[in-house]
Design a protein around this ligand. Structure first.
Ligand SMILES: *[C@@H]1O[C@H](CO)[C@@H](O)[C@H](O)[C@H]1NC(C)=O
Ligand SMILES: *[C@@H]1O[C@H](CO)[C@@H](O)[C@H](O)[C@H]1NC(C)=O
Ligand SMILES: *[C@@H]1O[C@H](CO)[C@@H](O)[C@H](O)[C@H]1NC(C)=O
Length: 466
């Protein structure tokens, strides 16, 4: 009996010992995997943190998000998916600095006043930047120029409106509803003039609603608001033409008071500077302005309809909290960077990897004054990017704010033939692109057809896509 028991014990030992070991090994592996996954999801996930009244949104590298999906790490086992791209490397250094998990103490601090040196520092902390830079040697000249100046953003103002927030400050009885901020260049005098004479008139602008309906609701509320205007310019060099543009601009500014010019070269890749510097200027001088319309100088805007649209936004319930994130335009979601080296929008993958965040096309976009100030604040943590509207999208992501798509913003013009329909221009807020002579004609047409088109509504305004 004892021998039998012993045999059985040996058999049990032989069978169970490996089993027990396997169970232990399995437990160990499970624990390790779980542990690693928590670490990965918490560092590449998104975390919101409250800092006083300001909500800051932390974005880890390698994550992307749309309005429909929760943030996803693209390749969760790859801790550094965008290695070798200059912008990503530099931004990673900044995002790490503000990462609430890596540096929890920092989260209740105000924005580091040394942010500029922080942006500068990230250039030296990024180790293999030189190898990335070396790949740049055979890139287009303007990309090289951009990279060599991307740490610099505090250019002085050369000309500005007389310490007011744009032209049209006289006799306002309430805070301005809208500031039109138009990107232009010194040579485009004709465009500026057409805008001044048409959709860009400063002062009191009535909405269309006042004229609608005759008796009844139309006369109850006098829709309208004060509009101001400012043109955003860099500096151009036209020695070959034998004219001194700055002299002319100075005279133009004296006459119209709507010129805001900085001392940097006016080039396509420097357009982001206009946004950043404009936000700063706005935050100092335009405190009470409700909305900013930022557009190019080759667009047409249905300003009365825009006024109505914005007044409607202010009448909505919870308007104040909506204003924190309010940005509306032609939204492009998850775009792929342009890799065709002949294109104006070409961005090589040695500079940027990954998709672009959702952004509103820069041809014409409207956002709240409150958001402008928040953008000004957050932009100091984002490295300059050569495509201006993408840069705005990158700042928006870091505010945990997303632009809203509105089909009345036609930054790629009308769909075929629709332009010819009667009242077509009464159904839009913005259309790109129009020459100065067309702008004047369209403006006159808009006023002539007002009675005829009184009941035209904005394109699909009721089923806005997000
Ligand atoms: C652009 O790309 C083509 C082929 O992909 C190449 O031959 C050419 O040298 C490139 N040009 C520049 C300026 O990098
Ligand atoms: C701005 O101020 C300057 C000097 O004070 C004056 O010459 C100019 O006319 C003013 N411009 C406007 C548009 O008011
Ligand atoms: C931007 O402006 C600065 C200052 O004038 C200039 O040095 C730089 O070359 C410009 N960058 C581009 C890409 O044109």
């Amino acid at each position: 009996m004892a021998r039998c028991y012993c045999r059985w014990r040996n058999v049990l030992m032989c069978l169970c010992a490996p089993c027990i070991l396997m169970v232990l090994l399995f437990t160990y592996i499970t624990l390790m995997v779980c542990f690693n996954m928590t670490v990965t999801t918490s560092t590449s996930g998104t975390a919101m943190l409250l800092r006083g009244a300001e909500i800051t949104h932390f974005i880890a590298s390698g994550t992307y998000r749309t309005n429909f999906l929760a943030p996803l790490p693209k390749t969760f086992w790859d801790l550094h998916p965008h290695r070798g791209a200059v912008w990503n490397e530099l931004q990673l250094a900044i995002d790490r600095y503000y990462n609430p998990i890596l540096s929890p103490k920092r989260k209740y601090k105000r924005l580091n006043p040394m942010y500029e040196s922080l942006l500068g520092q990230s250039f030296s902390t990024v180790g293999d930047l030189d190898t990335s830079m070396s790949k740049f040697a055979n890139l287009p000249q303007r990309m090289l120029e951009f990279v060599s100046h991307m740490h610099q953003r505090d250019y002085p103002i050369l000309i500005q409106p007389n310490m007011t927030c744009g032209a049209g400050a006289k006799e306002e009885k309430e805070p301005p509803l809208l500031l039109l901020a138009i990107k232009t260049t010194g040579m485009n005098f004709e465009n500026r003039q057409a805008i001044r004479q048409s959709w860009g008139q400063a002062g009191w602008v009535a909405g269309h609603k006042r004229n609608r309906g005759g008796e009844g609701e139309g006369s109850e509320r006098e829709g309208g608001g004060y509009v101001r205007r400012v043109f955003l310019l860099g500096k151009e060099n036209h020695k070959e033409l034998g004219v001194d543009i700055s002299e002319l601009l100075f005279l133009e500014s004296k006459h119209y008071g709507d010129i805001l010019q900085w001392d940097f070269r006016d080039s396509f890749f420097n357009l982001t500077l206009k946004d950043v510097l404009f936000w700063d200027w706005f935050s100092r001088l335009c405190g009470r302005t409700r909305f900013v319309f930022k557009g190019d100088d080759d667009i047409f805007v249905n300003t009365p309809a825009m006024i109505d649209y914005l007044q409607d936004q202010l009448q909505k319930p919870k308007a104040h909290s909506v204003m924190r994130d309010f940005m509306v335009g032609d939204v492009i979601g998850a775009a792929i960077p342009n890799r065709v080296n002949k294109s104006k929008y070409f961005v090589p993958d040695s500079f940027y990897k990954g998709l672009y965040p959702a952004y509103a096309g820069g041809g014409g976009v409207v956002y709240s004054g409150l958001l402008t100030k928040r953008l000004n604040h957050i932009s100091k943590r984002v490295h300059l990017f050569p495509i201006d509207d993408v840069f705005v999208g990158m700042c928006m992501v870091r505010l945990n704010a997303y632009p809203t798509h509105n089909p009345a913003f036609l930054t790629f013009d009308f769909p075929e033939k629709e332009e010819e329909e009667p009242c077509a221009y009464h159904t839009i807020l913005v259309v790109h692109k129009r020459r100065p002579s067309q702008v004047l004609k369209l403006w006159a047409g808009l006023n002539e057809t007002q009675a005829e088109c009184w009941n035209a509504t904005l394109r699909n305004a009721n089923n806005k896509k997000n």
